[in-house]
Design a protein around this ligand. Sequence first.
Ligand SMILES: [Zn+2]
Length: 170
Amino acid sequence: MYSAFADRLDEIQARLAALPDTTWRQRPGDAGLIEDITGQPVAVLGTSGDTKLPVGEFIAHAPDDIAWLAAEVTRLRCRAASPRPTPLASRTGWDQANFRCGQCGAQRTATTEVDYIRTVSAHREAHAVFDRLNLVERSGMGSILRTLLHDIPLSTELLTLIETGQQHPS
Ligand SMILES: [Zn+2]
């Protein structure tokens, strides 16, 4: 589901959990030696001195880093699997979805998720515009929209005239 590769999260977490102690560090003064908190060597890189090597840093932080990554993967998977805020069909089981506006009771049906989002957004934005208009403005806007929506070529020509007029005021 998540990728073409086999899911390794469980075995990764099992390997991490099997470690007796995961507080690792580069031994002070001997950075080539990775030790646990009791001083038991975990890995010996064959160098000495105090210069911290990238591979030593990587090993010393591996248990913490892997635990963090595993927790993050789990969190993201849970979020991806959590239900949508609106009770819609899943992406695979999509047939159609109905939207009923809590404000005006309007009902809309969409057959794709994209269509649903577009429909609901348009309806909510329409409410926002409607709320900003007074009665006279609503009447005027209704008259304009009726004319424009029923004659798209007219609307296009009118818009062209308006834009041309703005560029070349007489
Ligand atoms: Zn509504």
